[in-house]
Ligand binder design. Structure first.
Ligand SMILES: Nc1ncnc2c1ncn2[C@@H]1O[C@H](COP(=O)(O)OP(=O)(O)OP(=O)(O)O)[C@@H](O)[C@H]1O
Ligand SMILES: [Mg+2]
Length: 307
């Protein structure tokens, strides 16, 4: 890694960290002149994946350090600490793209930093940022993960994949849809990490310790022994007030919607749905259809949300 890139990123981090995250600049990012860099340097950092562009209008093009840059900076800071399977340090802004869920963030950060594995299952109805948490953990782990999606068919079996990849983390989305032979495999993997696999006529036994973070809609469908191996963190549907905050945050920070439009969409959906995905869709249609129609189409055919 080139020295000068790290120096630049440190300078930007300093500027970002001294900005109030709730201010316009905190949400819409900084312009090149705010960090005293020329546009070409900013563009180069962007192309290399160190910056996310978070907001763009005719007059304002806002950037923020990407998780990749934050990880690089924290890896720098912890360069001498030894590798024990846990993440050396968790970037301050690890889950910054996720609005709310403060205790879940606290729990996951503690698990990332714990010396020995603590497995966590995020359980709850759709569109509560469960998968987002898994993606952020992948970044914190520097990509050293094995991803499994419960509903996917696993070719060759779970053990072979663990044995081949030797990941620090196993991230499992839709755990409640995983097939029985893979969940049976999980049981021993999560307990001490003993890996036994049949290799042409003989058994091979390897020890490999992993940390599992999983997501499910229906943890109650899992076997008691699998449930026992997780801290099960129950995420509940957003209240109306939380829904407004989450929608505004997601639209501005993740979708690049202007704060004014985000406000209008959130207000238009208030009391009519609790599904954040509907707000995201409305936000994506709004420039073609206008607020009212975008909301109406986004809400079509919904059901079972309890509002
Ligand atoms: N608290 C939140 N912060 C940021 N984005 C959120 C939040 N809650 C929901 N979202 C948004 O909702 C959408 C769905 O999020 P995600 O895919 O993580 O949901 P999920 O909980 O995994 O749902 P499912 O159970 O259906 O898989 C995404 O666009 C995400 O940005
Ligand atoms: Mg999901």
């Amino acid at each position: 890694m080139k020295e000068d890139t790290i120096e630049l990123l440190k300078r930007i981090a300093e500027a970002e960290d001294s900005t109030d995250p709730e201010s316009f600049r905190g949400m819409a990012g900084w312009r090149s002149r705010d960090v005293r860099l020329n546009a070409a340097t900013v563009n180069k950092l962007y192309m290399e994946g160190y910056l996310d562009d978070v907001y763009e209008s005719n007059k304002y093009h806002g950037y923020r350090l990407s998780p990749k840059a934050r990880l690089l900076l924290s890896a720098e800071a912890a360069a001498d600490s030894k590798q024990t399977g846990q993440v050396e340090s968790v970037p301050d802004r690890l889950f910054e793209d996720i609005v709310g869920h403060e205790e879940t963030k606290e729990l996951l950060q503690a698990c990332l930093l714990a010396e020995k594995p603590v497995h966590v299952l995020l359980d709850g109805p759709p569109a509560l940022a469960k998968s987002l948490f898994l993606w952020d953990i992948e970044r914190a782990a520097g990509g050293d993960v094995l991803w499994l999606v419960g509903s996917g068919t696993s070719k060759g079996g779970l053990w072979d994949r663990i044995g081949d990849v030797r990941p620090r983390f196993v991230l499992i989305d839709e755990l409640d849809k995983m097939n029985a032979s893979d969940t049976a495999g999980l049981l021993s993997m999560m307990e001490g990490g003993r890996l036994v696999r049949a290799k042409v006529g003989r058994e091979m036994s390897v020890t490999h310790e992993v940390r599992v973070v999983a997501a499910a809609n229906r943890a109650d469908l899992l076997s008691p022994e699998l449930r026992s191996r997780f801290i099960i963190r129950k995420l509940r549907a957003y209240s109306r007030e939380e829904y407004l905050t989450v929608v505004k945050g997601v639209l501005v920070r993740r979708e690049g919607t202007s704060p004014e439009l985000a406000e209008q969409i959130a207000t238009g959906l208030d009391g009519r749905t609790q599904d954040v995905r509907k707000a995201v869709y409305a936000g994506r249609l709004v420039s073609q259809l206008g607020v009212e129609k975008a909301i109406r189409f986004a809400l079509e055919g919904r059901g079972g949300e309890g509002v």
